[in-house]
Write a protein that binds this ligand. Structure first.
Ligand SMILES: O=C(O)CCC(=O)C(=O)O
Length: 301
């Protein structure tokens, strides 16, 4: 029997929260301004101070289950979905990520996931943090099965090349994420720094090749989340994750990237991009080589 993700709710703090009532589905309303922001002035100030902020329980359990169901369907229906993922049959090979690779831009494969990319509650949160209308540029889905490598510390805007300003991530926990199963680590304060030219990551612990060391005087802090919690962090924040050291727990995450509507440049890998009403918008191609000169990220994040 090979490892498969579990569909029990399994969320710490379940008893304190209502997962089943008062839920408005993502498909019913697209305008972020029609939905109250989960963030008040205190949370917005903490985002600007630290570079990240958490919206606890932003997704309902029903929504978490819907994302699980839809990504499982995509995974099980395809061995090869060009531009999204290519996988081995489950149980083949030594690397768990061969059978459970991350999905790139799954919103291009699924109307359900497109709705979550432009989820109105996420939009309202982004509007509060950015101070302007958000534009959706990317989705990803990480399975992070037991034994999987993590992703070395890096900065997202190294890849997205947003200018002026930077991008912002909404990292939605689809399983409880802890340090044992490879939750995200962030480096508070790095949001105020420039992009660094990355060093080479250790391929034994990271499935990606870039690595940005923690700058002197700063430290990486773990961000443990429950399923349904969403971590927002800026595109210059140094962040990454350790391997999943459990024997049975997947650590799934639905991760989307956004820019403010005043952005004028973005790497061409992320087109098409969308307003929260689902309409497409144009932004110019990123120019300039980034922190490594002309040798920048060759493809998407
Ligand atoms: O979820 C992870 O393990 C890493 C995700 C990440 O670093 C990212 O989305 O940029």
């Amino acid at each position: 029997m090979y490892a498969r993700p579990c569909d029990t709710i399994g969320r710490a703090g379940d008893h304190e929260r209502d997962w089943h009532e008062g839920i408005q589905m993502a498909t019913t309303e697209h305008a972020p301004s029609a939905v109250a922001s989960p963030f008040g002035p205190t949370e917005v100030a903490s985002y600007h101070r630290d570079g990240y902020v958490i919206a606890r329980g932003l997704l309902s359990m029903r929504e978490v289950l819907e994302i699980r169901r839809e990504t499982t369907r995509l995974h099980d229906d395809h061995l090869d979905l060009p531009g999204c993922f290519h996988r081995s049959p489950v149980g083949e090979g030594a690397d768990p990520l061969a059978a459970w690779p991350r999905m790139m831009h799954p919103h291009r494969q699924s109307a359900v996931l497109m709705d979550f990319l432009v989820h109105p509650r996420v939009g309202a949160a982004l509007q509060a943090l950015l101070g302007e209308a958000p534009i959706a540029t990317q989705s990803m889905f990480y399975w992070k099965p037991p034994g999987a490598r993590g992703q070395a510390l890096h900065q997202d805007n190294f890849y997205l090349k947003v200018h002026p300003g930077t991008c912002i991530a909404a990292w939605a926990a689809i399983d409880p994420a802890s340090q044992r199963n490879g939750a995200l680590n962030v480096v508070p304060g790095s949001h105020a720094m420039d992009l660094f030219c990355p060093e080479e990551a250790d391929p034994d612990v990271s499935f990606t090749r870039e690595f940005v060391p923690v700058p002197a005087g700063l430290e990486a802090v773990p961000v443990d989340l429950d399923a349904g919690d969403v971590l927002f962090f800026g595109g210059n924040v140094i962040h990454g994750s350790e391997p999943n050291r459990t024997v049975g727990d997947f650590r799934r995450a639905f991760i989307c990237h956004y820019v403010g509507e005043s952005a004028r440049e973005l790497s061409r890998w992320y087109r098409p991009i969308y307003r929260f009403d689902g309409t497409e918008v144009e932004i110019g191609d990123a120019t300039g080589g980034g922190p490594c000169g002309d040798v920048g990220a060759a493809g998407p994040h």
